[in-house]
Design a protein around this ligand. Structure first.
Ligand code: SAM
Length: 283
């Protein structure tokens, strides 16, 4: 039984780093006229109401996107993200990864969204309609492997599980291993939480997943992490990261400057920091 609902967390600091990475990769793919494919294995509802009961219960967006909205700097990736968000946030909404992919893509691109939750799939179908979108009610990791290698053959995958189940880290690692074999040239962006010391078992599982990913025969693997607060005995998620396989050319300097701005704007104390590390370094 799936109990996680992204509506409780939409627009938090984890979404901010994830969606900035997603948009930077999509912008790179758009540099060529050739169509690309975007596969989203864990799509969620597509659009979230920040004034809903769910969202108000946690108000996580206040330490995330709502804080970033006051950004005064000139980082082009952050300004582009905020511009895309404006029509939603001005209506107290936040666009999730499928909606961001829809508005950042072109007619010729193909978008595939997968979601397993019985309620969220209905919300996703209601929220997102476009000619270039296909929505599947299925397990996203199983669906991913069934759809690879894709047509068109250039593009990206976003893997964004809730990691509700202890085995999720292992499942992501296994799926990524098979996926890169089937599609060696695809870019795979995998979100993961950075948890405080009270979640030591999950921390270890996450570290194992990242180690396993670093053994894959891929062009490169970059970890981009944002930590927003000190790890104390009762901390939950203190930050999050993106493991990016086959990172596009020139992504590194762009995300490096994004991260240094995010530390300033979203950091909650002087322990806030970013990490950017090549786990596999190639061309
Ligand atoms: N990617 C979304 C975004 O950035 O807007 C948020 C996704 S949320 C973190 C994770 C989603 O995965 C939830 O909606 C959950 O119902 C869904 N989910 C959980 N297990 C799944 C599975 N095996 N296959 C597909 N979706 C799953």
């Amino acid at each position: 039984m799936l109990s996680y609902r992204h509506g409780f967390h939409a627009g938090n600091h984890g979404d901010v780093i994830k969606h900035l990475c997603q948009l930077l990769i999509l912008e790179k793919l758009k540099e060529k006229n050739k169509p690309f494919i975007y596969l989203d294995t864990h799509s969620g509802a597509g659009i979230y109401d920040l004034a809903s009961e769910e969202s108000k219960k946690t108000d996580e967006h206040i330490q995330g996107v709502s804080k970033l909205e006051g950004y005064q700097g000139d980082n082009p990736a952050i300004l582009h993200y905020l511009k895309l968000l404006k029509p939603y946030t001005s209506d107290s909404c936040y666009p999730g990864s499928p909606e961001l992919a829809r508005i950042a893509s072109r007619e010729q691109d193909k978008l595939v969204f997968m979601e397993l939750h019985n309620t969220e799939i209905g919300n996703l179908k209601r929220n997102i309609r476009a000619n270039n979108v296909m929505i599947h009610h299925r397990d996203g990791l199983e669906g991913l492997l069934a759809l690879l290698p894709p047509k068109p053959n250039r593009g990206m995958v976003l893997i964004d599980p809730s990691y509700e189940l202890a085995d999720d880290y292992n499942l992501v690692s296994k799926a990524a291993t098979s996926a890169v074999r089937k599609w060696p040239t695809g870019t795979f962006a995998i979100w993961y939480p950075i948890l405080g010391q009270r979640s030591i078992m999950k921390q270890r599982r996450c570290a194992t997943m990242l180690e396993e990913l670093s053994l894959l025969p891929v062009k490169n693997l970059l970890l981009a992490e944002l930590i927003v607060e000190q790890d104390t005995a009762d901390s939950g998620m203190i930050g999050s990261g993106m493991a990016i396989i086959n990172t596009p050319w020139q992504f590194y300097p762009k995300i490096q400057s994004v991260l240094s701005e995010l530390v300033e704007v979203l950091g909650q104390d002087h322990h806030a920091k970013s990490n950017l590390e090549w786990k596999v370094e190639g061309e």
